[in-house]
Design a protein around this ligand. Structure first.
Ligand code: HEC
Ligand code: HEC
Length: 439
């Protein structure tokens, strides 16, 4: 199998490299080191380009292996099947960057002269670099050679200022419309992923169909657990990638710092080509898929990810949590709710302002926050991290908590009221929810 062969080749590389230099002493899940050599503004603007447009060489996976480029193009344009028209792309939650459209295209869309039901239009949009998070590579003759995906596919959206799904980029905002499972399902070659997970293609496609919009199952590709113990699909909501400056541990379960996780995703989820090491994944009982495929130690020459991590982090750290529009919550109620948050409801004992998370590596057991431990136990930490609450309004869709189990903020407040026996009155609960909306 492809992965196994890759692992063997990688292993010999790694042995050779280890013999030459044994200098990597920082545990990889704490990758963050300050990079003072490059001035900050340059790092931030480089990081922005990486976040938006860099596929880290993942085209070999998304196009070479899965043929998503051919599925988008469709049979009429050298691919297979019906192709993906802009209408279809928007329907699965992909976004179009209006800022990348020349006036002629804007006019054409407005007048209807440009056909949004034609996959050829999608190819034209890809050529303009206008499909958020999807990078098209074209031949000299103008044919689509391959596509790759970037961080922006999941962690950016648009402000819909031109039309639904078309507008100005909003980097760091989770794309809660993106149906990642449906995108992967475009492949005509699901067998390699099915093999990886030791299931048949039908089962794989069923699972991908169950994730739904705004969700992705990163740890599935480590432990092979597609379903939760209650039989529901195991998939997590795409979180915000803004407001993370000063947040010590990233992900719902605190896998590691921001650069650790950026590298994890770039290498193991997007299938970019870099170096990644985490001995914690070398645990056959907990992470059988990762062990089988050598994900605990991947190596590529050249490494297309590690050198980009400082800039990527600088860009993420430069994006602060956005403030909600003034007319989206009741200001007086939010003011009263703030006092409840800080005192009676004790929310701030974990969600400490201004980041609304914990400054040190304080994680929480499932019992502490009153939920099941399935997702926590899949993480090396065994616990949940206190989610930073800034810009909550950007992720109202899909629910709250890692898997969206609470549909609304009122449900979250009710959960805490019961779990911590807070005895909040209905008015206090309302005020607390209004405060959450104001963050
Ligand atoms: C296919 C969708 C997808 C892509 C592509 C993706 N992510 Fe994520 N990202 C997620 C999901 C889902 C999580 C939540 C993981 C978890 O906790 O289980 C996440 C978590 C994160 C977090 C942690 C946020 C927090 O609150 O701690 C950061 C930071 C992040 N991603 C950055 C990136 C970067 C940088 C890239 C590109 C290298 C990237 N992601 C690509 C889906 C994606
Ligand atoms: C013991 C620590 C702790 C306390 C106290 C606490 N939280 Fe949380 N909070 C967490 C953790 C951990 C999570 C992540 C849970 C998950 O994703 O499954 C979380 C998640 C949330 C979320 C969901 C955020 C998102 O994007 O999904 C909201 C909203 C929230 N808390 C609000 C509150 C409010 C309001 C209070 C007070 C009534 C409170 N929290 C008290 C630890 C705490």
């Amino acid at each position: 199998m492809r992965y196994k062969r890759q692992a063997v080749i990688l292993l010999s590389f790694i042995t050779a490299i280890t013999l030459i230099e044994c200098t990597k002493v920082i545990p990889d899940y704490h990758k963050d080191t300050s990079d003072k050599a490059v001035p900050e503004p340059t790092l931030v603007s480089t990081g922005k380009q990486i976040f938006r447009f860099d596929a880290f060489g993942d085209e070999d996976f998304w196009s070479g292996l899965l043929h998503i480029d051919k599925a988008i193009a469709g049979a009429k344009n050298g691919g297979f099947g019906a192709g993906v028209s802009p209408k279809t792309a928007l329907a699965v939650g992909l976004k179009v960057d209006a800022g990348a459209l020349p006036p002629s295209v804007v006019a054409g869309i407005q007048s209807g002269a440009i056909d949004l039901n034609d996959p050829a239009t999608t190819l034209a949009l890809l050529k303009l670099n206008a499909v958020v998070g999807v990078k098209g590579n074209f031949t000299a003759e103008g044919g689509l050679k391959s596509i790759g995906i970037t961080c922006a596919s999941c962690h950016s959206t648009v402000d819909n200022s031109f039309a639904p799904g078309i507008g100005k980029r909003l980097d760091g905002w989770p794309n809660r419309d993106l149906n990642v499972g449906a995108l992967i399902s475009l492949t005509d070659n699901a067998q390699p992923i099915a093999n990886l997970l030791h299931v048949n293609e039908t089962t794989l496609r069923q699972v991908l169909g169950m994730w739904g919009p705004g969700k992705f199952a990163a740890i599935l590709f480590m432990d092979g657990k597609a379903l939760r113990p209650d039989g529901k699909v195991a998939a997590n909501l795409i979180p915000a990638a803004f407001g993370l400056k000063g947040v010590p541990l990233t992900t719902y379960t605190g896998w590691g710092d921001i650069s650790y996780w950026n590298s994890f995703v770039g290498n193991l989820e997007m299938h970019g080509k870099g170096d990644f090491t985490d001995p914690r994944l070398n645990d056959p009982a907990k992470y059988p898929i990762a062990v089988e495929n050598g994900f605990f130690n991947v190596n590529h020459v050249p490494d297309l990810i590690t050198p980009k991590l400082p800039a990527l982090r600088a860009y993420q750290h430069s994006i602060s949590a956005p403030k909600p529009p003034a007319n989206t919550f009741d200001h007086a109620a939010a003011g009263r709710g703030k006092a409840i948050f800080l005192t009676k409801a004790k929310c701030a004992s974990c969600h400490i302002p201004p980041l609304y998370t914990e400054p040190v590596n304080d994680l929480h057991t499932a019992e502490e926050i009153g939920i099941d431990d399935f997702e926590a136990k899949r993480s090396p930490t065994g616990k949940y991290r206190t989610t930073p609450l800034g810009g909550l309004f950007t992720r109202a869709k899909g629910g709250f908590y890692h898997d969206g189990r609470f549909a609304t903020l009122n449900d979250v407040v009710n959960h805490y009221d019961t779990h911590f026996k807070l005895k909040l009155s209905p008015a206090e609960k309302h005020d607390l929810a209004e405060y959450l909306k104001s963050l």
